[in-house]
Design a protein. Structure first.
Length: 77
């Protein structure tokens, strides 16, 4: 279910930093909910989205997305 919700957005819309920013904020909000397996699945989506964000050209944009993903993962990428 999470892959259906986030994979296409991260892959096809992952270029603009605004999309990555919102995506990471969304998964960060979800990472506080549900069971431990749900939270792990959310963290996985955050990491996959971050990997897709590597295409961001501006270093500051990449760093912002990395910081958001770091927060979602509870401090571990």
């Amino acid at each position: 279910m999470l892959e259906d919700a986030f994979m296409l957005l991260a892959r096809d819309g992952g270029g603009p930093v605004e999309i990555q920013h919102r995506l990471q904020r969304s998964v960060a909000a979800l990472s506080d909910l549900g069971s431990s397996s749900f939270r792990a699945a959310v963290r996985k989506q955050a990491t996959l989205a971050l990997n897709r964000a590597d295409a961001l050209c501006l270093k500051a944009d990449r760093e912002m997305v990395i910081a958001l993903q770091y927060n979602c993962s509870g401090g571990a990428i």
